[in-house]
Design a protein around this ligand. Sequence first.
Ligand code: MRU
Length: 337
Amino acid sequence: MKKITKNNEWTAIWREGHTVFIIDQTKLPFHLEIVELRSYISTANAIRDMLLRGAGTIGVAAGYAMAQAFAECRTDNDLKKAKLYIESSRPTAQNLFYATNRVYEEARNAENSEKRAFEAADDVLHEDEKHSRIMGEFGAELIQDGFGILTHCNAGKLAIQGWGSALAPIYVAHEQGKNIFVYVDETRPRLQGAQLTAWELAQEGIPHAIIADNAAGYFMQQKKIDIVFVGADRIACNGDVANKIGTYEKAVLAKENNIPFYVVAPCSTIDCACKSGEFIPIEERSDSEVKSISKSLVANPESDALNPAFDVTPARYISGIITEKGIIKPENIYTLA
Ligand code: MRU
């Protein structure tokens, strides 16, 4: 498949003038298609419809949507309505709210608020790129030659700009010449692991295999997994972490098998207004995602299905949180907020 990208290297999101460009993640791994988003409504809808995914990329898109709103809205009231519209696109990823608030606050009193808004949104993207590399370097120190690594969902370059979050230590370790093997949870129901993480690792030539979500415990018992890296959508003040549904059970299994379990996330994912994980809003998605695979019904049509998109891993299961400021014990995360 041809890599269509800016500067011949693929990137999940960028802007040219007031237009935002994204890879349509719903088409991967079969087609690499770029979508143009020309208004704040189309950018917010792309977040809502999951054309783009992952807390970091959602945050960057939300920042750009807020900047597009500065260009489009005539009154303060319209701008506030636009902000609420963007913020209603998805509830769990803290980076979304971080970005809309940052762009709004930095631009609203600026002399040229439209220009300042786009610059502030660019800053969100560029900081993610920088932080991602730093997190990758901290995390790679934990990876030894010959390690088997488990990851859940997609926390790579599609999900956060630069090198990703949970995949950043893997990219850096691979670059350092370490011999590693990545176990990729398929991540039902939306298959971010099978479709996005596996695609990314294949692009970089990193040895990996997709495993059924139910197989992680088996490979842990077989001593194939030496370390687990996952990303985060929101980190509460006490170190509890919301991430893709299924993360919690991987953390419990890791503890049972004495395997270190690390969360990789920039400080923009920390929400100290959330005292603990029970206050993190968890997105409930359509039951059709559970009952179907690639839009084909695979379940009893008359049955209901339940579809929480995220779960919360309590801090006690987490060996450390890898941020751009260092590797922090979850109970100390509030010091970085
Ligand atoms: O529902 P998604 O695909 O947006 O969920 C993505 C995840 O849960 C990622 O693991 C998470 O955002 C961390 S990576 C920045």
